[in-house]
Structure formats: structure tokens, C-alpha cells
Design a protein around this ligand. Sequence first.
Ligand code: M6R
Length: 569
Amino acid sequence: MCGIIGYIGMQKASTILIEGLKSLEYRGYDSVGIATLDHGRIRIRKNIGMVSEVADSLKFEEMEGTIGIGHTRWATHGVVSEENAHPHFGKSEKIAAVHNGVIENFAELREEMKDHRFRSETDSELIPHLIEEHLDGSFIDAFIKSLKKLEGSYAVVAVDAAEEKLYLARKNSPLVIGIGKGEMFCASDIPAMLKHTRQFVPLEEGDIAILTRESYQIFNHDGKTVIRKPITVKWSMEQAQKSGFPHFMLKEIHEQKHTVSESLAANVDKAKKLIENHERIDIVACGTSYHAGLMLAYLLSKKGKNAHAYIASDYPFIAKPDEKTLMVAISQSGETADILQAIKAKSSGKIAITNAVGSSIARICDATIYMNAGPEVGVAATKTFTAQLAIVFRLAYEKVPEPGNLIETMLSKEDEIRKIAEKLSKKEHAFFLARGSNVPIAYEGSLKFKEITYIHSEAYPAGELKHGTLSLVTEGTPVIALAPKDETTAKLLGNIKETKARGATVISLTNDANVKKESDYVIDIPVVDARLYPLALAIPLQLLAYHVSVLRGINPDRPRNLAKSVTVE
Ligand code: M6R
């Protein structure tokens, strides 16, 4: 949510900022703006709309200067408007800043600055004003003094008209420095800078940094220098772009033929030992990652562990880890605010499962398992979900069965899935049913479906149908049954018949002859070790959601109201 990009070098800053902002689009935003510093003067241009539209209409490219900051805003404080878009000036036009996060005490702080004229309703505008208020010596002193006054979360980049420098700070909101030759970058995430460098320094909580063309310096809140080693990222630009697919989501679905094996090879040794040594395991996650968490809880419970998956935002209200509890945080972005809040709880140990090297969650935990799925740009999690499943299998099973060409086989069913999608695209509701270890996949299939098709859908353990939901099943209601042949099939078949008897259109993902007989449409699942069925089922459900979305004229990469990285609670 919200994206930041900053540049200081010898190239035209506006060009680099526009490119960077485009690659941050997936985070979700409603307005966009940039500021450049040219001959001691800061100029800001900003408005509501998409990056390309705003950049074209306001002629960003014409803005001169080799230093600049840019921002995509996703409204939290104040309506979507030009005034509320970032960057913001301070009292004068000598300081400009962009901000991600939420300043909780902004009303009190604004009250203290009665003589300042604020141009927006945002909490963010306060930051350049505060800096200016404190500016009676060096900029860095004023910056640090201002940050000390802020309660809440922030990633801030500020520019001072009097200096050729960028000033950065982070607290509970990501900010990464990119190191170039004679130029420096900063952004909310790595893909925004990949075109220019592979060397990065993710800022840690409380870090404050100064960028010049040649150097970066990092301090703590007392102004003491801290050393952060750069990391080198191997992702290619191509990986971070569409590679000829019409959407990132489809590209990312197809990438699973490589990413699943990468994730299966992840280093889980330390985490596995921690799991072995703990009886109680609390798993915290949100959305898709929560479904992977449910799978982990299910498989560890089967092994006799006291394992539960919790929705991270509710965890503080319903559970409390004790000194013997191991916590597992699952998050592709590693920056989800609800998870960061949940894992603040004191516990005996913490494991992170994340795709983001150097992310906040990775840094807080004692053991981190990286998913190795490469950058995921589509808002809908796809390859990171199967990456999470692969890691869950590694943690739960002594030896994971070899998937062979299972992923390719499932991907090869895209044409038949598209035909089924045509039938579904005109419906208003859909139900996803499963039993046992396939239930988390039904939840995930349903989430993906509603997230990008805007069709109402629900998922149930099939046994729950007759406890309420069956009343909604009428002529033509789509019921998507996850029914590969396993210990649950006989009972699931009974549930499928119950829906069929009420006129449901049954689409089954199965390899069972009896289920096939009851189905209107079948997506054939190969016969494999039953432990791999969740992986096999996840892929056709992603393809189904994708094609229904496209058939309904929706951009699956950017579903309305949603953001890729949810950095506010
Ligand atoms: O980055 P995280 O895994 O922590 O994100 C959690 C959810 O916001 C995320 O999985 C969301 O549900 C996806 N957009 C679903 O496709």
C-alpha cells in the first residue's frame, strides 16, 4: 500500500521516478506525484489517477533535476484528491517529503503548529512541516528531532532544497536503499530498483539514512552510525516483468513449474528443529497465507502437535503464547501490519516463512524460511501460495513425495478450464467444497475467485453444507468440489449428491469415477500420492479465477480496493 521511490545521481530523476512508480503500481494506489530538485528549487507535480495518465498530463518528463522523490498514494487519512497526494511541501517550499504509514498523533502535532498552513488533510504533510519547525542547525538534526515526535508507522523520504541529499527513515513500513555507481536509489521494495542495481540495503526498524550520489550512511535515533551490509538479489528484470503473458497473474501461475521445486529446496533445518522441540505451535497469517497456515496446523495436528492457525489480526484478542509456545508467521510480503502486530507477543521462538529477503517479519524471527518464489507482482497470491504449501510439506513430512511433472500437468489443463470459466463468468455465486486436508485449498480457491472475479463465493468443509449453506443451493448454483480420491471421497460424494439433488451445477476436480458421474464438468486430477493433492488442486483453481476475471473484463492484476502489501492494520 502506497509506494515510495527516490533517486539521486546523474540521470534525469523524473524518468527514473516514473519507471519506479510504474513498477510499484501493484501495491495499490489512487494518486501519484513526484518532486524534483533543480538548481536549488523543488518542484512538485501530483494528481489522482494512474501513473501513466498523471505523468503524461502533468508532463513529469519535463521536470529537470537529477534528484527526486515519487509516491503512489492509497488513501488512509483524507479523501482521494490532488491536495492529499504526495509529495508534500513543508511550511515553505524548501522541504518536500513522501510518506508511507500512519502517524497516529498527527492531530495533536498539527495543533502544536498553529502558525503553519496545511494544504492537505493527510497525516503525512505534517512531516515536512515538523522538519522545518526544527530546522535551526543541520537538516539531519531536524529530521531526527521530528521523527522522535512521531507515533505510528512511517517510511519517509525527504529532500531539502539547500542540499544534494535524500533523507530516509523507517519504522514499521518498508524502505530499501539501492546502491548504484555514482547514483543511489530508495524504494518501498526491490523490484522498483531492479533495472538499475542488484545491490540493496533494506533499512531496519528505527534506521535513518542519508543518501548522496556516492554514499549511504545509516544512523539510529541517537544519531549514532549503524552498519548494514548490502545484500545481492539474483532476480532478473525479466522475472519481474510480464514475459509476454497478458497479465502478471497468469505469468506467475505458469512460473509455478519452476518455483515449486525451488521452494521445496528451501532450507528448513533450523525451523524444523524448533518445531520438533515445541508442543504448542501458534501460526499467524492473513488471507492466502492464512490458508497455508491452516494446512500447516492441520498436518502438525495430525502428528500430535498442539498446532493452531490464527487470523493474525484477531490473534491478540483470542490467544496468548506462553513461554513454551513457538510462533510461526507466514507472509509472502513479510510486511503485513497485522502479522507484525501479532508476533510482538512474547513466545519461546518465532519462525518466519516469507518471500521477501530482509523484510520486517524475517528480521524479527529467530528462523526464517525464504520461499524462493521470485517477485510476485499480481495482487492475487499464486506462486507464493504454492511456495508456502511446499514449505509446509517440508516442515510437516519426513520426506515430501516427489511431484515429478504434476505442476506442468495441471497447467496444461488451461484450455479446458477456460471453457468452464465461460460458464461461471455469468454467475452471481459459487460454492467451493472439500474435506480433510483439501479444505484449506477450497478456502484459498474461493478467496482467489471472489478477489479477482467480484463474484460472491464461499468455501466449506463439505460436511457443513447441511448445517446451513444447503439452503442457498438452487437450480444452476455452481458447486466446485475438490474431490481427488482419498479417505474423504465417499463422504464428499454424498455431499455432492445433496447439492446435485437441488439443481447445482457441479464442477469437480477429481480422479474418482463415481464423483465424475455426478459432475457436470470435470477437471481431471492425476493419481498421485494423496499428500500432493493440495498442490495439484491449487493450480486449476487459480486458472479458473484468472479466466473468469478476464472474461468479466476485470484486470486480475489489480483488483479493486485491494493492495499487494497490506502495511496498515
Ligand atoms: O503478504 P502476506 O502474505 O502477509 O499477505 C496476506 C494477504 O494480504 C494476502 O495473502 C491476500 O489475501 C492476497 N491478495 C490473496 O490473493
